[in-house]
Design a protein around this ligand. Sequence first.
Ligand code: GLN
Length: 491
Amino acid sequence: MRKITEFRSGKLAVAVTALLALAGGFVGISAAAASQPQAQPNTAVTGETYIIGTDTTFAPFEYRKDGELTGIDMDLIRDIAKNQGFTVEIKSLGFDAALQALQSNQVDGVIAGMSITDERKLIFDFSDPYFDSGVQMAVAEDNTKITGYADLAGETVVAKRGSEGETFANSIKDEYGFTVKALADSATMYDDVKAGNSVAVFDDYPVLAYGISQNNGLKSVTEKEQGSSYGFAVNKGQNPELLAAFNTGLAELKSNGEYQAILDSYLEQPAPVAASGFFGLLSDSLPALMKGLGLTLLATALSIVIALVLGVLFGFFKVSESRVLRGIASVYVSIFRGTPLLVQAFFFYFGLPQLTGQSIDVLTAGVLTLSLNAGAYMTEIVRGGIQSVDPGQTEAGRSLGLGYVTTMRRVVLPQAVKIMTPSFINQFVMTLKDTSLLAVIGFAELTYQGQQIYAANFRTGETLLIVAALYFIVINLLTMLSNKLDKRFNK
Ligand code: GLN
């Protein structure tokens, strides 16, 4: 009993410290708010819709609650938009991916607890600061060994890719002799520490404090470092009207008390939520996961159909008598088989828009990646299938007076298709699984939905089990169905 009380009061102390720390930041800002000049209406943005990128999980600034994106940043941008008469469409991409997306003009702005730093000012334009932050180190709750940077010698720490925490950790790693590993989101970083893969995490202190108050299994052991303030960012020289509207709206929200109300609402909220059992998690997460599964199947279906067309076209090129056609097909196959799918996805979503100045939506980029990639493998399947039909069959057809096309259609292809079908089914399954890689570009398929869920509830293991089970069931059902069809039509 004593243990439990101690445990509780420990948690309470942490929660209170977290709240005080947050309140400190808030008060600092609201004092500054009083001196803001009176806002002017901004008409350049009226009626416009802007796409805004954000982090996947950075509570209390952005996180999901019952599937909905919420948090200080989300309330701020939505209220500012309302105040200034424009609309926002929010894309929860992950911190590094959001910055990439901004640079590629895939989004118009980023709000993601993003620190205003001198390096970033070279490529982005920032709004007025709206929150003071700083980097802090945290370790697993039960870790008694690491109490300061000096204990990090020979150890591995984790930080978010592209973040100020990562920059800070790298700036002191040589002095203290530790290694820095970068991961994409806060939830995975915390899991990494709890699993013992790294001994400490460097993240922004308000976010660590909030997580700790929510029983995320960590504790902070050092003071926060002097850090920068958060700002809303647009690409340098672009969307100046959006930036101006943000500043005007922010000033208005500060003077009418709404800004403080937003902060307060997230301050009063964090009572640790009691964890529901596994089945509670299952029923809570199923709606979002099913939506994700739908997109997984959509992307797979579109990609496989296009890949099949590409495969048949280039497969025929490969067996054609024309050296040019064979050459074209070979180049295509070697490019898409010779580079990783992940690189291709990044290229189509982030790279291509930078090169062409044309933005591309995430489904198109995803389907383009998967279909071009699968098309290369399909090409080889088609070529292999055609070539595995005994050349004597073609000769027989031709000597019976049939033309090339007829021989192909009547004699070779029926036999080839039978040989190809198992490989087609195989490719279909692989493409379905490959859709999970599109999570990195923010395509909201099944894996992405799973990541969003454990980013918010810190129950990575159980959530991933559910996600894996869904893939397993769907893939095996579809394989059974395909095999049935194969038997029926190819016998
Ligand atoms: N404030 C940090 C930065 O800008 C981290 C932001 C985040 O992780 N969303 O680098």
